[in-house]
Ligand binder design. Structure first.
Ligand SMILES: Cc1cc2nc3c(=O)[nH]c(=O)nc-3n(C[C@H](O)[C@H](O)[C@H](O)COP(=O)(O)OP(=O)(O)OC[C@H]3O[C@@H](n4cnc5c(N)ncnc54)[C@H](O)[C@@H]3O)c2cc1C
Length: 347
């Protein structure tokens, strides 16, 4: 196989690394303006709060991603992957009761800690309905991950920092500029809207803003969660976020976004922290919260891997392994990610 991968966010990097591992020749083209993978907080949390349910295929994704990120760390002698305990501060008595029921279930035992006497006494932040801890959570330092991923791809394949221009592309012949490929895999995140082959996919841009703050008053041994997440990143610094701004038109930071995050933080911490960073990014989200992965109906050999939504760091590693096996071994893709599940693409 000789594949061209368009887009070097977590989607493109994960696929490239899986294909390289199987001995394929790959080229990644990325325009060098990442707006999602680089801005993401990189939290891996298998639990959807409020309803206290497991996130889609969490039992498959969680163990696989750990191996994937640790292998990259070993192969690049870098460190970006961190185990994490998330403390959920309950928003209601109902949520606490739901947790208590689920904590007894074997299918939740890897994630939900039983509410303990220590949890009941926890008072570092206001917890009118109590709090409890989620196990098997992780945090990926996004910028370090991207550098490590790119480094491995450059060692074993090709990485080009340039825009992919559709006027030099022949989808029928799978030819870009002067080069022919066996497979073209499009991973442009929310910019799929500019791709004539896949622009009709129901992928919406959802903007998210994140603050980095410094404070001596925020607990730094756990990640707190209630209306917002609070992620300790060392040296009394914390990432706080994020906003969900549907159908975003741009990627600018706003006072409105900053104030909303600070209002949410104020529920947990009685402090005006020093703001040392403010970033915005755009998630490629889908209505049913499932990615779009598969081949174009007419232009065979052209594929899309997109719509990773709010959980790219958790789901991209295993999904790209399954995609690799679909391409090389004729394996089946999860029907939930089928490209044509919602609508026919235009030719
Ligand atoms: C504020 C925020 C917080 C988040 N927090 C988390 C989190 O805690 N945990 C989690 O799992 N996920 C999180 N996410 C979601 C996660 O970031 C996304 O699921 C993931 O990054 C999507 O990756 P992607 O590779 O599909 O897209 P992207 O990261 O957007 O990558 C697409 C790439 O394609 C390139 N590209 C596009 N068009 C072209 C072209 N024509 N030519 C060349 N290159 C092109 C771009 O330069 C870009 O690098 C967060 C996202 C945001 C915005």
């Amino acid at each position: 196989m000789n594949a061209l991968i368009v887009g070097g966010g977590i989607a493109g990097i994960s696929i490239a690394l899986h294909l390289l591992k199987r001995g394929c020749s790959i080229t990644v083209i990325d325009q060098g303006e990442n707006k999602s993978t680089s801005v993401a907080t990189g939290l891996i949390n298998p639990i959807v709060f409020r309803r206290t349910t497991k996130s889609w295929r969490a039992d498959d994704f969680v163990p696989y991603q750990e191996k994937f990120y640790r292998d990259i760390e070993i192969n690049t002698s870098t460190h970006f992957f961190n185990p994490l305990v998330i403390r959920r501060v309950f928003s209601s008595e109902q949520e606490r009761n739901d947790w208590k029921k689920k904590q007894e279930r074997t299918d939740y035992q890897h994630y939900l800690n039983k509410i303990s006497a220590q949890d009941n006494e926890y008072n570092l932040v206001p917890c009118p309905f109590g709090s409890a801890r989620v196990d098997n959570c992780f945090w990926v330092d996004s910028l370090k991950f991207m550098v490590a991923g790119k480094q491995l791809i450059e060692q074993h394949g090709t990485w080009k920092t340039e825009p992919f221009n559709h006027s030099f592309f022949n989808a029928g012949e799978k030819k870009y500029k002067d080069n022919s490929y066996s497979h073209i895999i499009f991973c442009e995140g929310y910019e799929v809207k500019n791709n004539p082959l896949f622009k009709n996919l129901a992928i919406s841009p959802t903007k998210g803003q994140v603050l980095t703050v410094k404070s001596n008053l925020i607990p730094d041994d756990e990640s707190l969660n209630r209306k917002c997440f609070v992620l300790p990143v060392g040296d009394n610094q914390f990432k706080i976020g994020s906003t969900y701004e549907w159908e975003a038109q741009d990627c600018s930071i706003t006072d409105e976004g900053k104030n909303l995050i600070l209002e949410n933080l104020a529920i947990l911490i009685d402090d005006k922290p020093q703001i040392i960073g403010h970033e915005a990014g755009i998630r490629p989200t889908t209505i049913d919260r499932r990615p779009f992965i598969g081949e174009h109906s007419k232009y065979k050999g052209n594929y899309v891997f997109n719509g990773l939504g709010t959980k790219g760091y958790m789901i991209a590693p295993l999904l790209s392994n399954e995609f690799t096996s679909f391409l090389l071994d004729g394996g089946e893709l999860d029907p939930e990610v089928a490209v044509y599940r919602r609508e026919k693409l235009g030719d």
